[in-house]
Ligand binder design. Structure first.
Ligand code: FAD
Ligand code: MG
Ligand code: MG
Ligand code: MG
Ligand code: MG
Length: 554
């Protein structure tokens, strides 16, 4: 955060001129937010918008509750129930925020402006382009789908990223059933049309497979009894297991449930080409290629970078990276006023070995050239805030205190009386950086980052007056403000598996699976709704589904 240019100095200059005619209040700094997804809305909800002139730009004038998108694909929940209009969100919170329905196609960090194109219509010049300047820019553009340049994927596969995608899938599933019901279609053709293939065994692909399976066995088989026997669902996964970001126990549970359900798991296969009626897969171990005929395919194999982000990255010299890198305070290090949150960005955690000499000097208060246990303990809290990997490393090695870590570096000296020189200190910490963790691309992370950044913005003035804080420890260039770096708190994750069963990974290495977990899922996702309106809609959709089943019209 650029403390020096903040409001505190402006306020001071104003009070010096207080005897003269009343001055207009200092101009509010302009904050421009790109994107109204998880990260952007979380930032906006928590930002004190009276302190800033806030403008929001996004081509979609609603927030989408993405965890329920798989439920939209089969009509378990209606599309309208999982979206909340952006303007309503601001109005409800009494926020003074301007919203432009437009797409940003270029960020210009030297002019401090963003170039946008209207998503709705054209302006008087005949094109919908306009420019918005900023003092601070918050980039929360999310990610796009990643086809890994596999031929045919863009043309023939469905994706599951946006609300429109979920609606298209729903229509397409019913299409397949109606097409396969037309008379004079061969059995082989029916099998092909009713083969639903999901590429990617991550949480989204797995949840969609489960939804689709429920839709088939609970609703469609009753409506299309003549073609029931031709239906098949396949998940193609390049790794050895599905749900590989989850606890192993959950992956095993999911795999055996899917086996019982008759969902086919093709693990260890890579999709190399997709045509209008078949998918070419290659077995990773044998190299043998096979053609898989299909009726509908959903690609959920990974996320990629949006072109506007790629362009911005090359402007600031991050051309070789896959996501926009920020420091631990979520600022793009190459620009003093651009921040990035959510799926479009990734935090690059500072390595402790880069700062080790500075840390040693700061800790060595008596300039003795060695550190005592007390000297180390005095700076330990600061170190752990700045370099979370220290704690993670000690935990992974089952170490109780820092002395254990240091002793490893200096041999078997007595804990209390030990002293270390710089070489020993370096040696003791040399493996710590191996524990640096990247945060996942999830709604949970995006929302926490948005909240954290808004908090920083709200306290900016305060921090100019009180620049002390734990971060003065190292010369990383961020030492002049007293915010703690962003730290992700993992609250667990769910994997709904269909048939009213779910698996959950909860904090503290807890794993829970089965029917009761599904009820936990219902209550968590009902409570996480962004408004009472969507909460009522979602819960009544679930109730409707329980009583009447899903709607199978298009
Ligand atoms: P997004 O939410 O994608 O928001 C990006 C915003 O930027 C959108 O408003 C978009 O319209 C806007 N935008 C795009 N391009 C431009 C442009 N050029 N100019 C201006 N604005 C633009 N995470 C979980 O934690 N739990 C789950 O259960 C879960 N389930 C998921 C299920 C599905 C089907 C999907 C697709 C994702 C799921 N996720 C889940 C992941 C989660 O949705 C993302 O991590 C999260 O949305 C990231 O938030 P974001 O704000 O970075 O991006
Ligand atoms: Mg966003
Ligand atoms: Mg979103
Ligand atoms: Mg991210
Ligand atoms: Mg000393």
């Amino acid at each position: 955060l650029t403390a020096a240019s903040g409001g505190g100095i402006v306020a001071y200059a104003d009070s010096a001129r207080a005897e003269e005619a009343p001055e207009p209040p200092p101009r509010k700094k302009k904050v421009v937010v790109l994107g109204t997804g998880w990260a952007g809305t979380s930032f906006l909800k928590n930002l004190d918008s009276s302190r800033y002139e806030v403008k929001v730009i996004s081509p979609r004038n609603y927030f989408a509750f993405t965890p329920l998108l798989p439920s939209v694909t089969c009509g378990t929940v209606e599309a309208r129930s999982v979206v909340e209009p952006i303007r309503r969100m601001f109005e409800k919170k009494g926020k003074d925020v301007a919203y432009y329905e437009a797409e940003c196609f270029k960020i210009d960090p030297t002019k401090k402006a963003v170039h946008c194109r209207s998503a709705v219509g054209t302006n008087l010049d005949g094109n919908g382009d306009f420019m918005v300047d900023y003092d601070y820019l918050v980039v929360a553009l999310g990610a796009t789908v990643n086809t890994f340049n596999t031929p045919g994927v863009m043309e023939h596969c469905h994706f599951l990223k946006e609300v429109e995608d979920a609606q298209k899938i729903r229509k397409s599933v019913i299409d397949c059933f109606e097409r396969a019901s037309i008379p004079n279609i061969s059995e082989e053709e029916k099998r092909k049309i009713l083969h639903f293939v999901i590429i990617g065994g991550g949480p989204t692909g797995v949840e969609f497979a489960a939804e689709l399976h429920d839709f088939l066995v609970e609703d469609l088989v009753k409506l299309y009894p003549a073609i029931e026997q031709f239906v098949k669902i396949t998940i193609i996964q390049s790794g050895e297991h599905i749900l590989n970001t989850f606890d192993q126990r959950i992956a095993v549970f999911a795999e055996s449930k899917f086996q019982r359900d008759g969902i086919e798991l093709s693990t260890g296969f890579r999709v190399i080409k997709v045509s209008d009626d078949s998918i070419t897969v290659k077995c990773k171990s044998s190299g043998v290629e096979t053609l898989v005929p299909y009726g509908m395919a959903v690609w959920s194999a990974g996320i990629g970078t949006r072109p506007v982000i790629t362009d911005f990255m090359s402007q600031v010299g991050q051309g070789k990276r896959r996501a926009l890198a920020t420091n631990e305070w979520l600022r793009v290090p190459e620009c003093d006023s651009v921040y990035a949150i959510g799926d479009c960005s990734s935090i690059s955690q500072r390595k402790i070995m880069e700062d080790i000499s500075t840390i040693f000097k700061v800790a060595d208060k008596d300039n003795s050239g060695t550190l005592t246990l007390k000297e180390i303990n005095d700076v330990l809290e600061d170190i752990c805030i700045r370099y979370p990997q220290v704690e993670l490393y000690m935990k992974s090695m089952h170490m109780v205190d820092i002395a254990d870590l240091i002793k490893g570096g200096v041999g078997d000296s007595n804990k209390e009386s030990m002293v270390v020189n710089i070489e020993e200190f370096k040696k003791a910490l040399s493996h710590v950086d191996s524990q640096v963790k990247t945060v996942p691309a999830t709604a949970q992370v995006a929302a926490q980052q948005g909240y954290y950044l808004a908090d920083c913005f709200n306290k900016k003035d305060h921090c100019i007056e009180h620049p002390e804080g734990p971060l003065r420890l190292t010369g990383s260039g961020e030492g002049h403000h007293n915010f703690r770096p962003f730290r992700y708190k993992h609250l667990g994750q769910f994997a709904p598996l269909g048939g009213e069963q779910a698996a959950a990974e909860l904090p503290g290495d807890w794993v829970s699976m089965g029917h009761s977990t599904q009820w936990l899922w219902y209550s968590v996702y009902a409570s996480k709704q962004v408004s009472w309106r969507t909460r009522v809609l979602v819960v009544s959709d679930w109730t409707r589904r329980f009583i009447f089943g899903r709607d199978s019209s298009r």
